[in-house]
Design a protein around this ligand. Structure first.
Ligand code: GLU
Length: 455
């Protein structure tokens, strides 16, 4: 196979927003396709007409778009019923699909009996023994069949997983899966195989919760006369402590991540690398992530999704972002120079607004009466000096000379007076942004009214 023939797909059901787990699946499919100059397709699994909505489909498209994972094509299963019907009829004619009439209650009783005897609760295939007359009698009672795919219990259902290595599912341990319901609607299993064949999917990349399905689907591909694609099953995400991902974190979607100030590049860097042997570092360019993508770096152990680690990575990424990538999200008037001064202090781009407020004022700050004399001396020193970009260095040297202070006792009251905060960006870069007049005024305000000095 030439690399350019690679085709992957991301197949969400439009019954909700994407969450971190399926964002990761989408990302890995995109990265692998992109790395190999292949195609990445979006398949909307909307056979569940009750729960699927166009609004969710639209959300999925815009979430992928925000992440930078634009598909090279899209299909929706609800448009493709004729294909499924044709495959269904072929398999039925070949004896691989058969009608069964048990009700849910009857199946439940069968399972309980099996379990009480210590047997695996596998469907006993009673329906295969029904005669033509038996079926006619059941239908005369008003029963409609559902349809099962007959697994070949002797057939090979192994594959070499791109992540898990040699993999195998024992078909004898599985019930023949129901592929179509009484009302004629299809369950997930068969349409997915029909689509994977029709769309020329070469690599099925999805969560490890689908491993058993892959065993079944390998048989469906072969029953339909097609070779199975390659499979890669990604380990599931766990919480920060290694336990199950909490509902809150597990349901985090693009909208929430975005609201919390996470950059798309941080989300993709993080999700591409957790659970792999590659370093979790900010890689703002998806094409670089794609270039370095490697299935063999994925471990079988669950990938830890720790929102705090993501926040940390996000801050590192923000510190790398060039001005032109954030300009439209910055407060009015904040220019490139200000961005580069403030950037190292931000956790999110939206934090820039707070610091810009510190630069432009007005500040609400409590005066420092105990420092009045010192701050007045500092103000006078500043007033006497010429203003340039080197002002902080010259000014603090001057204040040091006048007051004999040094170190923290010199710098801390000045920082607090000029910014209203105890910590923040490098003062030598910040002071020129604040400007001479505002600095003089802030020193004065911080000194407080005359006559109240404790010094
Ligand atoms: N709609 C299925 C899911 O979201 C697709 C599984 C697959 O990738 O085949 O679980």
């Amino acid at each position: 196979m030439t690399p350019s023939a690679i085709v992957t797909r991301f197949a969400p059901s439009p019954t909700g927003r994407l969450h971190v787990g399926n964002i990761r699946t989408a990302l890995v499919n995109w990265l692998f396709a992109r790395q190999n100059g292949g195609r990445f397709l979006l398949r909307l699994d909307d056979t569940d007409r009750q729960r699927s909505t166009e609004a969710y489909a639209q959300d999925i498209r815009s979430d992928l778009d925000w992440l930078g994972l634009r598909p090279d094509g899209e299909v929706r299963q609800s448009d493709r019923m004729a294909l499924y019907d044709a495959a269904f009829e072929r398999l039925r004619a070949a004896g691989r699909i058969y009608p069964a009439y048990e009700t849910a209650d009857e199946l439940d009783i069968k399972r309980k009996v099996q379990l009480s005897r210590g047997l695996p609760p596998v469907y006993d295939r009673a329906a295969l023994n029904l005669s033509e007359d038996d079926r006619a009698a059941l239908e005369a009672e008003g029963r409609r069949p559902h349809w099962r795919f007959r697994l070949d219990t002797a057939a090979e259902t192994g594959w070499t997983d791109q992540v898990r290595g040699p993999s195998h599912v024992d078909p004898a341990s599985l019930s023949d899966p129901v592929v179509r319901r009484e009302d004629g609607s299809y369950l997930y299993m068969l349409p997915s195989v029909v689509d994977d064949i029709d769309m020329g999917i070469t690599h099925v990349v999805r969560g490890e919760d689908h491993v058993t399905n892959s065993g079944v689907q390998v048989q469906m591909f072969s029953a339909l006369g097609a070779g199975a694609p390659a499979f890669a099953h990604l380990s599931l995400l766990t919480g920060a402590q290694g336990g199950k991902l909490s509902k809150r974190v597990g349901s985090m979607g693009v909208d929430e991540l975005r609201e919390q100030g996470f950059e798309a590049g941080a989300v993709t860097s993080f999700l591409a690398r957790i659970g792999t042997s590659q370093p979790v570092v900010p890689v703002p360019d998806l094409n670089i992530l794609a270039k370095d993508f490697d299935f063999s770096s994925f471990g079988r152990a669950a990938a830890r999704f720790d929102p705090e680690e993501l926040a940390h990575l996000n801050a590192k990424l923000v510190h790398m972002l060039p001005y032109d990538q954030v300009a439209d999200r910055l407060p009015q008037g904040m220019n490139e120079a200000a961005w580069s001064v403030l950037r190292p202090n931000l956790n999110t781009v939206s934090d820039a607004a707070d610091w810009w407020q510190v630069v432009t004022g007005p500040l609400t700050m409590a005066p420092q009466p105990a420092e009045r004399d010192f701050l007045i001396a500092a103000r006078d020193a500043l007033n006497d000096l010429g203003w340039d970009d080197d002002i902080w260095k010259r000014w603090t040297a001057d204040v040091k000379g006048r007051t004999g202070r040094k170190g923290k006792t010199l710098f801390q009251p000045l920082r607090l007076a000029l910014t209203g905060r105890e910590q923040g960006p490098d003062m030598s870069a910040l002071l020129p942004l604040i400007g001479r007049e505002a600095a003089l005024q802030r020193l004065e305000e911080a000194a407080g009214p005359e006559g109240r000095s404790a010094a």
